[in-house]
Design a protein around this ligand. Structure first.
Ligand code: SAM
Length: 276
């Protein structure tokens, strides 16, 4: 089974190998066959499709295994980008592997990697988070666990939640941390902006179009809490046992004279270590 990446919007982002594979296989399993028919039509490909989406993945995987057992070749695609990355496919891949058939990647577009590549944040590494919980309280809890992460974070978010999601990231990570907002990648209205989190609310408010379309967020990793002496660390740890991160960092700065930013970064780190 070939796992084939398809474009995020710009049809020219399909690779030559993807076209050859999609043309050659006997069946293409697609997340939404009507959506993918447009791609196949545009590329002059007439291969048969079957639906494989989150509600029928097990049954469809069974069909694919039957086809493979008969010596047929199959490909798996999703609506856009790389299958099985915040998309259906992982369960089918696992089933096909377990049935003893090879699973071959045909790489190409992936929204997370495209945004990361233009972020300039990923020197040290990155963590793919995908979608956060839709409700604010659960989202903030998830963010608190990620706040001390040193690597850049890559998130997906839907347009109707984008502004509130970014506001929650600011509330938990602080306004100084940098974020890259990548909107409508590879499409006509592509927009990519990098700024401190404190500037995001006015950025969204300045133009209603900035909340439309598809989004990837890349958030810089937590800064290193450099230069904290033992006494500042001790005060911070004591305060953190009973107080929220922001208050503990502010009071520890007042008591110890150490920089508030460094204490805040260290507090996030300690909190995420404690929650892990
Ligand atoms: N598997 C896909 C991939 O590899 O890119 C992602 C699928 S996930 C269901 C869809 C999410 O990916 C969107 O909600 C958005 O966060 C992101 N996305 C997809 N296409 C995008 C684009 N053209 N620009 C920005 N984000 C995009």
């Amino acid at each position: 089974m070939y796992v084939v990446a398809t474009p995020l919007g710009n049809l020219q982002d399909i690779t030559l190998r993807s076209l050859a594979v999609l043309r050659a296989v006997d069946v293409i399993a697609a997340e939404d066959t009507r959506h993918s028919q447009r791609l196949l039509d545009a590329c002059g490909i007439r291969t048969k499709m079957l639906a494989l989406h989150e509600h029928n993945e097990q049954t469809a995987a069974g069909q694919l295994i039957d086809l493979l057992a008969q010596g047929r070749q199959v490909a798996l695609i999703s609506d856009a980008g790389t299958p099985a990355v915040s998309d259906p496919g992982a369960r089918a891949v696992a089933r096909v592997r377990a049935a003893g058939h090879p699973v071959v990647p045909v790489p190409g577009a992936c929204a997370a990697v495209a945004a990361l590549s233009v972020s300039g944040f990923a020197e040290g590494g990155f963590r793919f988070v995908g979608f956060l919980p839709p409700k604010s309280a659960a989202r903030r809890t998830a963010l608190e666990k990620l706040a001390g992460e040193r690597d850049a974070l890559v998130l997906y978010e839907a347009p109707h939640r984008i502004a509130e999601c970014v506001a929650d990231i600011e509330a938990v990570f602080g306004g100084e941390r940098e974020i890259l907002i990548a909107r409508e990648l590879t499409k006509m209205h592509e927009e990519i902006a990098r700024m401190p989190l404190a500037e995001t609310a006015p950025w969204f408010a300045a133009d209603a179009n900035r909340s439309r379309g598809e989004f990837v967020l890349v958030v810089a990793g937590a800064p290193e809490a450099e230069g904290l002496d033992v006494e500042a660390e001790r005060v911070l740890a004591l305060l953190l046992a009973d107080l929220p991160v922001k208050t503990a960092a502010r009071l520890a700065a007042e008591i110890s004279g150490a920089p508030k930013n460094a204490l805040y970064a260290r507090a996030l780190e300690l909190k995420s270590l404690g929650d892990a």
